[in-house]
Design a protein around this ligand. Structure first.
Ligand SMILES: NC(=O)c1ccc[n+]([C@@H]2O[C@H](COP(=O)([O-])OP(=O)(O)OC[C@H]3O[C@@H](n4cnc5c(N)ncnc54)[C@H](O)[C@@H]3O)[C@@H](O)[C@H]2O)c1
Length: 270
């Protein structure tokens, strides 16, 4: 059930690969809450065609775009404004990929061409999205732009590899571009740091099952689900959060503020 929090608002949602994707759940929730939007993903990710199912459910159009290509992004923003009949109120960047992580490369044996790809896809693409939104004058006043991140930007987690650097870049871009976009037309830019979640990107990280369980036990509220994240994103797109900008917002059931919990003590004293 929605609360019409996004009634009359228009936007673009990047990154719905399949029904597990955080972007997929966000699209469903935003639709429930009255938003109209365009769905997009990398052309290669559309081969399975699952995004068309989602598009039907949300009454949305799909425009392919590789988020590292300025040409694709310009076409996406211009076409989206045409389709939606006006400027945008929200954009979700829900994109991440590391060839080094995917191919299991050790942190001491990284392929640097792949490292650059990781940074481009998972970090710089956020700058490209923001810069294209600015150049195409796509955003309405008081718009909201969000990217998803992970606490590995601040703390080390084995097997997260070069994605840790990409997330640090992503969060820094949100601060720098947030300062700029606020002055242009009061658009806010934030990142949401989500609990580990069982998705295609998440399960690419080695030992993910064990880690999910550990994070759950160290989070007083437990891990935040993708559905919970979708609701938080909708709130951040709504008019109830107009003065929140340049923040990295923890959405993790308390994980980031937790030293140890009874559940972890229980595990260690077994
Ligand atoms: N799953 C987790 O544990 C977790 C935790 C914290 C943050 N996140 C972040 O959430 C975001 C969404 O990931 P998810 O967990 O829903 O997984 P997902 O695999 O469903 O989504 C990742 C998306 O990135 C897209 N993508 C990859 N390369 C692209 C490109 N060049 N251009 C456009 N799109 C491209 C993929 O097609 C896919 O749709 C990512 O930024 C991820 O790092 C995930």
């Amino acid at each position: 059930m929605g609360n019409n929090l996004l009634k009359g608002k228009k936007g673009i949602i990047f990154g719905a690969l399949n029904k597990d994707s955080i972007a997929w759940k966000t699209a469903l929730q935003a639709h429930e809450d009255g938003a109209e939007f365009v769905l997009t993903n990398a052309p290669i990710a559309m081969r399975m065609g699952e995004i068309n199912e989602l598009a039907k459910m949300c009454n949305a159009e799909v425009i392919p775009a590789d988020a590292t290509s300025i040409e694709d992004l310009t076409n996406l923003f211009e076409k989206s404004m045409e389709i939606l009949g006006g400027k945008l109120d929200f954009v979700l960047h829900s994109i991440g990929m590391s060839p080094n992580v995917r191919k299991g490369r050790e942190y001491g044996d990284l392929n640097y061409d792949w490292f650059l790809k990781t940074l481009d896809i998972s970090g710089l693409s956020f700058h490209k999205v923001l810069q294209t939104a600015e150049k195409t004058e796509a955003m309405n006043e008081w718009g909201s732009i969000l990217a998803l991140t992970y606490i590995a930007a601040q703390r080390t987690f084995p097997d997260y590899g070069d994605m840790a650097q990409a997330k640090a870049v992503l969060e820094s871009i949100a601060r720098s571009y947030g300062a700029r976009f606020a002055k242009i037309n009061k658009v806010r830019v934030n990142t949401i740091s989500q609990s580990p979640t069982m998705t295609t990107a998440g399960s690419g990280v080695g030992g993910f099952d064990v880690f999910l369980d550990y994070a759950h036990k160290l989070s007083p509220l437990g891990n935040a689900s993708a559905e919970d994240c979708a609701k938080y994103i909708v709130m951040m797109f709504s008019d109830y959060t107009r003065m929140v900008t340049m923040q990295n917002l923890m959405h993790d059931g308390g994980f980031s503020s937790s030293g140890i919990t009874d559940e972890i003590i229980g595990e260690l004293t077994k």
